[in-house]
Write a protein that binds this ligand. Structure first.
Ligand code: SAM
Ligand code: SF4
Length: 459
């Protein structure tokens, strides 16, 4: 039996896909790269913006044709965030999908296949204890520590697709981290929509009661930092929960990378309020100030939305000014995308597309200028690079630093951790040289095998 699994969206979906594939492998499936060779095709979807939804829809159209050509002898599954929404359920019916599983029901994949026709949109409690085996031959892996989101950002569909926050028990997380360490993984990224509210009954507003028996996120970071994986990273942080205790845990724990992804979304208080982000520009800048004070070498990245409903030129200029003030190392920038059923879609008028596109263009220009300025500061310095494999630029291998800079090293180096010196910087990457890099360089302790790269862009 052969399966083809397509993944759209964030690292949490990548992690879920790995769990799904592990279950399928357990009942004898092998995996193929082309859906035309597969008996089972699963599409793990994203619904955060319109674009990934359109992509899933186009793919479902192709799959329906293929199924028709085979006179129905093919199983199609729609999984993840889109499957959870009315929009996805309509698509499921239209495109003759057999299996529909929401993001909280992925542990039902095996019974679903056995039945042939199946749907579940529950948020299964067992998912919190489910521990997938370490990915094969990877130097870098993801580890979901919590699911869902209790915030209510007015533009965002996630609370509807992934439900309320549920933190996984620390023992399950630590067992999974130990298994990754034993498998030789050099870097683990702890995942959650808002990892900072890990272990809290409700991380929003002023309600910060701790769940019985759960450590805080800062304590969890320290625990995972002691497991023996050389690099520990985490995404995503919500500024409102990014407290001093977390910054201190990063300072005290050498394994934790000095890289913070702190989405701001907008620099205008008026827009932040409309977005229901629960912080002001001043609060956000205070968090950045504290971060710089305690971790002067940390790299900081962010998420930004251009053209949120009601955003004026003045609001947008405040976003540009905040960007300059923080001097972000990197940013993920999006045009506002209206999502059916969100408060912003119901109550606010969308900004014309041309205005949104023009603003996004200005943001991208500023990001390039700032990233270039930040990256140039690394020239001449020695950095630690986690090499992942070959690049399409001949003669270089690719990896990333502890600060998440994309790094190209001249020569051949085995996957794993290496020291290298930055010799040149561009807005997007650091070019390095390493005394170890040659055709017959020695394999470092961390690089055990040829690897399969499993990390993905942030959003
Ligand atoms: N939980 C994370 C946080 O609060 O920062 C982010 C999760 S969301 C999947 C990733 C990013 O997508 C957000 O930070 C936001 O910038 C963007 N995003 C979410 N909804 C969007 C929408 N309707 N239009 C455009 N961008 C959106
Ligand atoms: Fe969406 Fe993140 Fe806001 Fe939650 S905190 S609603 S996931 S943007």
């Amino acid at each position: 039996m052969r399966a083809h699994v397509v993944t759209f969206g964030c690292q949490m979906n990548e992690y879920d896909t790995h769990a799904i594939q592990s279950e399928l492998a357990g009942i004898g499936y092998s995996f193929v790269d082309d859906y035309r060779e597969a008996d089972l095709v699963l599409v793990n979807t994203c619904a955060v913006r319109g674009k990934p939804v359109e992509k899933a829809q186009t793919l479902l159209g192709e799959l329906r044709k293929e199924k028709h050509r085979r006179r129905g002898a093919m199983t199609i599954g729609l999984m993840g965030c889109l499957a959870q929404l009315p929009e996805g359920r309509r698509m499921g019916e239209k495109f003759a999908v057999d299996i529909m599983l929401g993001p909280g029901a992925i542990t039902e994949i095996v019974p679903a296949i056995e039945r042939g026709k199946f749907q579940s949109f529950d948020f299964k409690n067992e998912l919190q204890f489910y521990t997938p085996p370490p990915p094969l031959d990877a130097v870098s892996a993801h580890l979901t520590i919590m699911r869902g989101c209790n915030h209510r950002c007015t533009y965002c569909i996630v609370p509807q697709t992934r439900g309320a926050e549920v933190s996984r028990p620390a023992t399950a997380i630590l067992n999974e981290a130990r298994a990754l360490a034993d498998a030789g993984v050099a870097e683990v990224t702890l995942l959650g929509q808002n990892v900072n509210s890990y272990g809290l009954a409700d991380g929003t507003g002023t309600r910060r009661a701790r769940l019985d028996g759960y450590p805080s996120f800062a304590e969890l970071l320290r625990m995972v930092g002691r497991v023996g994986i050389p690099r520990v990273r985490f995404v995503t942080s919500h500024p409102v929960n990014f407290d001093d205790e977390i910054i201190e845990a990063i300072v005290d724990t050498p394994a934790v990378c000095r890289y913070i992804h702190l989405p701001v979304q907008s620099g205008s208080n008026r827009i932040l309020k409309r977005m229901a982000r629960e912080y002001t520009r001043e609060f956000y800048l205070d968090r950045v100030r504290r971060l710089r004070e305690l971790l002067p070498d940390a790299t900081i990245s962010t998420d930004l939305i251009a053209g949120f409903p009601g955003e004026t030129e003045e609001d947008f200029e405040q976003t540009l000014a905040l960007y300059r003030e923080v001097r972000y190392d990197a940013a993920y920038m999006f045009i506002y995308s209206e999502r059916e059923g969100t408060p912003a879609a119901i109550h606010f008028e969308d900004v014309p597309r041309a205005v949104k596109t023009e603003r996004l263009g200005r943001l991208v220009e500023l990001q390039k200028e700032m990233s270039f300025a930040q990256n140039k500061q690394w020239v001449g310095r020695e950095v630690e690079v986690l090499v992942k494999g070959a690049t399409d630029e001949a003669g270089f291998v690719q990896g990333h630093t502890r600060g998440n800079h994309v790094t190209f090293i001249k020569g051949h180096l085995a996957p794993g951790i290496h020291r290298a010196t930055v010799v040149h910087a561009t807005p997007n990457r650091l070019y390095c040289e390493s005394p170890m890099s040659s055709v017959d360089s020695q394999e470092p302790a961390m690089a055990r095998r040829e690897l399969k790269v499993i990390s993905l862009p942030l959003a």
